[in-house]
Write a protein of this length. Structure first.
Length: 595
């Protein structure tokens, strides 16, 4: 049986070889030729040999295992094996001869030319491959850029998410802060409501403060304004300025319109932060507070002229705010200025008088929580007014003129109630003033050159008005003061003063050989002030008169020609009594003269 199978197989093989061997060989040869020509592009002979060998192996297995009919499988096997043998042999010869362009190209020039044309295609293919490579590179770069953009977008998204988270966190924190503020506001409102119930007025707060002061110690959990003020005072007295400051600020939140807490708070701030720091703190408080006390104390934190102006403006806007008058008076006090001008004294006295006018009807109490400070202010105001005396009496402190007549004219002396740094005068009620100049000395009261207090007028000056003005120690102008000048009355006053002052010179007994003569030359010189001069001898009544010529205003001190200023008495006269009646109607005491 096996012999029959083998014989049948051989028969099939011979038949297949006869039918397909010839065309299979031809196809293999043609394929080898094409592979050899295309060898510069790629080792196609090796690819064909490998593919044919694999195909032959697969067909043989199929035939052996009868997966393929012998009649059909054997021709295919012969074809595949023939192609594999020819292609493999061609590839082997190419490798042995190192013919990269193929065996036929080395033997046949026409094949080489054909390969050159194929090389053009290969070059184009290479160009296309290069283009594709560059395109891929560009695509890669674009992709990389896209990836970078995507990465940046992702990073930006992450940052945006973080910012959003931060914003949400801030929003949450803001909500928490707002909630806390709302709670604080609610707490403040409750405290205010509680305060309104427990302390409906500053008087009630003052009473509570006094009660707490008598108890002493720190209030552990203060709620009311009087408790915060009490704690501030205790902290301050014990030297705990930080907690004292906090307590004062807490008191300020209640907007209580009382002056003493803010006065003391400002003092503490000036010690800690200086005047600039106190001014800044009270500037903030004044902006949000309705209490006039805060605004007044804020004005007090400025310097000198600016402070005075601010307090003056405050009083103009709030004329019934009584404590303002006391603090305003201090701007002109001797303690503040060192030395006072008359204007300073009057400003101080005027402000203190207004301040005390509120005390009589109890209108000062509503401005003070701690009434000990009020009592101190009232005591100081009374003492200062007593010391200032009648400074408000303008007539008592107005300038005065002392005209003195000489044979050459008038010398007018100006007397002032205070030290001056300059004096000027004029005749009449209008026109320019004339400065009197300065003496060759300094005034010890001012340390500056002393102004000349005198000026001259001609002897024929008629009755008129003399205007006087001066500069006080602060350089502020006082006046003008209009003073009446009557030459005749001024001469009479001057003569009267001299007669009263030097009465021992009225008469003189002749000490020479003429014992009976009595001289009255002194009376004659100042006769313009005398209406009548009566005398009596040896204690007798004043029945006799001395006859004198009329007053000569053009030359008042000269004796008329031919007039003899003496008269004769008897030798028995040992004394003489005399009394003068002046032109103004007054009389001198009876004066007695002994021989």
């Amino acid at each position: 049986m096996p012999e029959e199978i083998a014989g049948a197989t051989q028969s099939v093989l011979r038949a297949s070889m006869m039918r397909s061997g010839k065309w299979a060989s031809g196809v293999a040869v043609v394929g080898g030729f094409v592979a050899d020509v295309l060898n510069p592009l790629a080792p196609f002979a090796a690819y064909i040999a490998m593919a044919a060998a694999v195909a032959a192996l697969v067909i043989a297995i199929a035939v052996v295992f009868r997966l393929l009919v012998v009649d059909k499988g054997v021709p295919a096997l012969i074809f595949a094996s023939t192609v594999a043998a020819i292609a493999g042999g061609l590839y082997t010869l190419q490798q042995q001869n190192d013919q990269e362009q193929g065996l036929l190209a080395g033997l046949v020039p026409a094949v080489a030319k054909l390969q050159e044309s194929v090389g053009i295609v290969a070059a184009r293919v290479e160009e296309i491959q290069q283009t594709v490579t560059e395109t891929q590179k560009t695509v890669s770069e674009v992709k990389q850029a896209t990836d970078d953009i995507a990465a940046n977008q992702q990073e930006q998204a992450v940052k945006t998410d973080r910012l959003q988270e931060t914003a949400e966190d801030l929003s949450r924190k803001t909500e928490v802060i707002a909630e806390n503020q709302a709670k604080q506001q609610e707490t403040t409102e409750k405290l205010v409501e509680s305060t309104d119930k427990l302390a409906a007025s500053i008087e009630t707060i003052a009473d509570s403060f006094q009660a707490l002061a008598s108890q002493g110690g720190i209030i552990p959990d203060p709620q009311r304004p009087d408790e915060f003020y009490h704690n501030a005072r205790v902290y301050e007295l014990t030297g705990d300025m930080v907690n004292a400051r906090r307590a004062y600020l807490a008191f300020a939140n209640f907007d209580v319109d009382a002056i003493d807490p803010y006065i003391r708070f400002a003092t503490l701030l000036r010690v800690q932060d200086g005047k600039a720091g106190a001014r800044e703190v009270f500037g903030v408080l004044a902006e949000k507070s309705k209490a006039l006390s805060v605004k007044l104390v804020h004005a007090l934190q400025f310097d000198d002229a600016q402070r005075v102006e601010r307090v003056r403006n405050f009083i103009a806007a709030n004329p019934d705010f009584a404590p303002a008058y006391f603090v305003y008076s201090e701007e002109f006090s001797e303690d503040r200025l060192g030395s006072q001008s008359l204007a300073d004294k009057r400003n101080e006295a005027d402000a203190l008088t207004k301040f005390l006018s509120y005390e009589a009807d109890g209108r000062l109490l509503p401005f003070f929580v701690d009434q000990t400070l009020l009592a101190d202010w009232i005591d100081r105001a009374n003492r200062r007014l007593t010391a200032l005396g009648s400074v408000m009496d303008a007539s008592a402190f107005a300038p005065k003129l002392i005209p003195q007549r000489s044979n050459q004219g008038w010398m007018v002396t100006v007397t002032l109630s205070e030290a001056a740094t300059g004096i000027s005068w004029r005749l009449g009620t209008d026109g320019p003033f004339t400065d009197t100049g300065f003496l060759q000395m300094n005034d010890p009261r001012t340390g500056k050159p002393m102004p000349n207090p005198t000026f001259a007028l001609p002897d024929d000056t008629a009755a008129t008005i003399i205007g006087i003005k001066y500069l006080d120690i602060r350089g502020q102008e006082a006046g003008p003061f209009d003073i009446a000048f009557t030459p005749e009355a001024s001469l009479q006053d001057q003569n009267k003063q001299i007669l009263d002052q030097f009465w021992t010179s009225w008469i003189a007994f002749d000490a020479s050989g003429n014992k009976g003569l009595v001289y009255f030359t002194h009376l004659m010189s100042y006769r313009c002030a005398i209406k009548e001069a009566k005398y009596g001898l040896n204690g007798a009544a004043l029945t006799e008169s001395i006859e004198m010529p009329a007053c000569n205003m053009k030359d008042p001190y000269a004796l008329p020609d031919g007039f003899l200023p003496f008269f004769k008495v008897g030798d028995d006269v040992t004394s003489m009594s005399m009394q003068l009646t002046y032109v103004d109607g007054t009389q001198s005491p009876v004066r007695e003269f002994r021989r």
